[in-house]
Design a protein around this ligand. Structure first.
Ligand SMILES: *Cc1c(COP(=O)(O)O)cnc(C)c1O
Length: 467
């Protein structure tokens, strides 16, 4: 499998190179040159398989011969053994034809674990093979940091540094990061805000000389391996409700478009998906683009579903590239225009998107009402992200005879504030495995919002780890 850039200028890479590379050198994102095909029989044969085995069959063509089969199988076994539910991503029936796909049984109780548990192990495998060490740097306003840290905890060739704004993340969010006491995990609390953290990470990627030759690796949502890992549960859940003999619809809480793009990949691989609903919060760029062909930025609005608070959806570029028949120059031109002024997608590309995608946006008041209503009707307590997809399923499903699967992207216990605002006396309980989170020992360093101070700390720790 070869991977090409959405802007058409960067060199093609194989899977190993793509996992170790973030953005392409032309500013684009890497995508497979062609989507591998799963026949009806291939899909039917996934029924009843353990999740790791289904994952192997679905991901194998993307990996090609970059990892020996037995090794890849072992990596997948370990990856999904870190989930607390045997099914990894179980389905719950809510209604005669409405299902909830629970993606929150991983170590940090959010769907990002599904991909980051795999990405950490893939990086470790490739770096070990090359005899290199890799350094991950990231900034977090809360959630992604802990999923990245948990993903790197088992790695022996990766050191991870996560910057969070000091005293500006919730105690549960901070503790999910700072109680991971592995020698390769470094939490830095920055005396500044999230933008300060992000700016210092960006500057460090732009000039990596402070690392003295070690490789800086990005694990953000544009890493291809994250998309690939997410394709799997579209297949396993669709098969569980009758695919390939029946069509299926999905409703997906969306921000950077990584999760729902994985659904699109499953569709391109042959999964009979009738409809993909893109559910957003008040940060509605995807909804405005898909519904009205208004491809423009709006200022960030903090919401009760913070993991969906974005201005630009980076992975949307991957869909555009496919809709534009892989014309990298046209994508580069479109995005240049988009960065300067409100614009539109080419009319035929937009119509093509509308054949499969529908979209939806829900503000905070709507989210609170859904949490309350859904509980009354189904007995399920939804987290505020999942709430957007739940209502979108009910309002936009094309026909009642097609099963529709709403993706549950986080455990409600992570979002106590929203649950209480929705009218509940208290938040949902943390699962057993995390019930002592508030008593665990923490480790983190507080540093000023100063690039030199941060880079000195990273360089000092790296020198120590090289021994
Ligand atoms: C990241 C995240 C999303 C959005 O996923 P994208 O791939 O960015 O579209 C939705 N819900 C939760 C809980 C998340 O953490």
């Amino acid at each position: 499998m070869r991977y090409i850039s959405t802007r058409g200028q960067a060199p093609a890479l194989n899977f190993e190179e793509v996992v170790l590379t973030g953005l392409a050198t032309d500013g684009g994102l890497y995508v497979p040159e062609q989507f591998p095909q799963m026949s009806k029989d291939d899909i039917a044969a996934l029924a009843g398989l353990p999740y790791a085995e289904a994952a192997f069959r679905i991901m194998k063509p993307f990996v090609g011969d970059c990892i020996p089969e037995a090794t890849f199988k072992k990596i997948l076994q370990e990856t999904y053994a870190s989930f607390k539910h045997d099914a990894v991503a179980p389905l719950k029936q809510l209604d005669s034809n409405h299902f909830l796909l629970e993606l929150f049984h991983g170590p940090t109780l959010a769907f990002k674990d599904v991909a980051l548990q795999l990405l950490g192990r893939l990086l470790d495998h490739f770096l070990a093979k090359r005899g290199e060490r890799g350094v991950i740097m990231g900034a977090t306003s809360g959630d992604t940091g802990s999923a990245a840290i948990e993903g790197c905890k088992p790695c022996t060739h990766v050191d991870i540094y996560i910057l969070h704004p000091h005293n500006r993340v919730s105690e549960v969010q901070r503790r999910q990061m700072t109680t991971v006491l592995a020698p390769n995990v470094h939490n830095i609390a920055v005396e500044g805000d999230f933008d300060d953290c992000q700016a210092m990470v960006k500057a460090s990627f732009a000039d990596q000389s402070f690392l003295k030759g070690q490789r800086l690796i990005a694990v953000n949502s544009i890493n291809w391996a994250r998309i690939m890992a997410q394709v799997v549960y579209y297949f396993t859940s669709a098969v569980a409700v009758g695919a390939p003999h029946r069509e299926v619809a999905f409703s997906v809480p969306s921000a950077n478009f990584g999760d729902v793009f994985a659904g699109y990949v499953a569709y391109k691989m042959g999964l009979p998906i009738k409809q993909l609903i893109v559910a957003t919060n008040a940060n509605d760029i995807l909804h405005r683009t898909l519904n009205d062909n208004d491809f423009s930025k709006k200022p960030l609005q903090p919401t009760l579903a913070p993991s969906m608070d974005i201005v630009v959806s980076s992975n949307f570029e991957r869909l555009l590239f496919d809709l534009y028949n892989q014309d990298g120059q046209a994508i580069a031109d479109l995005l240049q225009k988009f960065n300067q002024e409100p614009t539109q997608i080419d009319a035929s590309a937009w119509s093509k998107a509308r054949e499969l995608f529908d979209s939806f946006s829900l503000d905070d008041a709507g989210i609170l009402k859904v949490i309350k209503d859904a509980y009354e009707h189904t007995g399920e307590l939804l987290d505020p992200h999942t709430a957007t997809a739940y209502l979108a399923s009910q309002q936009l499903a094309k026909d009642a005879s097609t099963p529709i699967i709403s993706l549950a992207t986080a455990h409600p216990a992570k979002f106590e504030e929203a649950v209480i605002k929705a009218g509940f006396k208290q938040g949902a309980a943390l699962p057993e495995s995390m019930s002592d989170l508030l008593e665990r020992k923490e480790s983190y360093k507080v540093l000023p919002a100063d690039l030199q101070a941060i880079q000195d700390e990273v360089a000092r720790q790296q020198l120590a780890s090289r021994g």
